[in-house]
Design a protein around this ligand. Structure first.
Ligand code: NAG
Ligand code: NAG
Ligand code: NAG
Ligand code: NAG
Ligand code: NAG
Ligand code: NAG
Length: 376
């Protein structure tokens, strides 16, 4: 696989440079709902064209062809670490060239799809799913399936991939295992919402020596959590409803950002949401992003918390053995616990299929990354 250092250098540097910068934009009031019945039906009507749904139109497109909009798909692959850009602005052609086919093959390996290099329907359905904004491949190295020496080359892969880390394996230092977290004051989160994050942190502290305590001192907290919309000053703008949901930086940066434009569900059973509400379970996303804050990258194990995508109306909050093994490589186990209680996942994970999305704002995201890369 080719080196992808142009993109990834900018990403990795960002992770370390973002720390001393104050928030550059005004925080937003996030769209948080106590339960799925509280989501107004009027919101559902607006979201038909959200996310990356336009990519579905590439069904049947084949290598050698030129198709309007393929450049946007290339920007998507660039954003998540699958494609190198010849220019720092990430301007791509609409040609289905070898570099696109390579990116598709790498993506297919990572997501346990048949490795064809074709935009088949299984691949397209996967590409349009809402997902974490952190890239799957950082600095040209991937730790998902495609970067594993043990991964068989060829057709279908069976969960050979497992947990991964950021390049250089950053973690919180051993003298700093009692971490504090704080919420961006302008978000004014209520107690129930703060409890969701507390539960998410607890899932990781149960299996490690780490503890997490909320503090009201936002500036001094180790981990800083905020809802933002669009461009919020870190070079990784959010894209509105669906698409990217949240992102978090590697240790010891501690920044955890959520897209305030999503329909976040704080409590109740998210799986009962109507199929066009695009309800996203807050705790599920929080557990995943905390994994990044502690040093985990993405995993190809579909049941794991660190798998990059999650469908709307899905709850997935239990650490799997893959997540626990990964975090314990970094920190060891919880000295106060006898062990391996927190494992397996499937009963807490119900999927109702993904719905609709388009990549309107993806260009903006790519340009911002390109800009920072040029700037650095
Ligand atoms: C959902 O939340 C609303 C607003 O807080 C509340 O009135 C309603 O009883 C809740 N519904 C369920 C099923 O919990
Ligand atoms: C894309 O990049 C090339 C140089 O690599 C440049 O000549 C061209 O003008 C750029 N196109 C756009 C639309 O920016
Ligand atoms: C992979 O290909 C096989 C045989 O063509 C097919 O049965 C299977 O459903 C495909 N799997 C995926 C994930 O597309
Ligand atoms: C990125 O990779 C290059 C070599 O491929 C390495 O020299 C560099 O230190 C890496 N950067 C980071 C931040 O890991
Ligand atoms: C660990 O196991 C021992 C004996 O099996 C038991 O007495 C103790 O309460 C357990 N500790 C925890 C934290 O579960
Ligand atoms: C440093 C600190 O105050 N740690 C506390 C955080 O909360 C846990 C309980 O969840 C305490 O046991 C720690 O002492």
């Amino acid at each position: 696989m080719k080196s992808l250092s142009t993109f990834t250098t900018s990403f990795v540097f960002l992770a370390f440079l973002a720390l001393p910068l104050p928030p550059l934009t005004t925080p937003v009031n996030a769209r948080l709902f106590p339960n799925v019945s509280a989501i107004p039906p009027s919101l559902a009507a607006n979201i038909r064209s959200a996310g990356w749904d336009a990519f579905r139109g590439f069904a049947g497109c084949h290598p050698g062809e030129a198709r309007p909009g393929l450049s946007k798909l290339k920007q998507y692959f660039h954003y998540f670490g699958y494609m190198q850009s010849s220019s720092s602005l990430g301007n791509f052609t609409d040609d289905y060239d070898d570099s696109l086919a390579d990116a598709i093959r790498t993506y297919q390996k990572n997501f346990n799809l048949n490795v064809t290099g074709d935009l088949d329907s299984a691949t397209l359905s996967h590409l349009v799913m809402p997902r974490c904004g952190n890239p799957d491949i950082v600095n040209g190295t991937t730790s998902m399936n495609s970067g594993k020496a043990s991964a068989p080359v060829g057709s279908r892969l069976h969960a050979v991939g497992h947990y991964s880390f950021f390049p250089g394996t950053p973690r919180w230092p051993s003298g700093q295992l009692d971490l504090t977290y704080a919420f961006l004051p302008g978000n004014n989160l209520d107690a129930k919402t703060r409890q969701v994050f507390a539960r998410a942190f607890q899932r990781w502290s149960e299996v490690t020596p780490l503890t997490f305590n909320e503090t009201s001192n936002y500036r001094r907290a180790n981990i800083r959590i905020g809802f933002y919309t669009g461009d919020h000053g870190d070079g990784e703008p959010f894209d509105g409803v669906m698409g990217t949901l949240a992102h978090a930086f590697s240790p010891p940066n501690g920044l955890f950002h959520l897209d305030g434009a999503e329909n976040w569900v704080v409590g109740g059973d998210v799986t009962t949401a109507s199929s066009d509400s695009d309800a996203i379970d807050l705790e599920s996303v929080a557990v995943h992003e905390i994994g990044h804050l502690l040093g985990l990258g993405h995993s190809s194990v579909e049941e794991s918390i660190m798998y990059p995508t999650i469908s709307s109306r899905t709850r997935k909050v239990q650490l799997t053995s893959d997540d626990v093994s990964g975090i314990q490589v970094l920190y060891g186990s919880n000295p106060n616990s006898n062990a391996s209680e927190a494992t397996t996942s499937t009963q807490d994970r119900e999927t109702s299929g993904s719905s609709t999305r388009v990549g309107n704002d993806l260009v903006g995201a790519i340009l911002a990354v390109g800009f920072l890369s040029a700037f650095l």
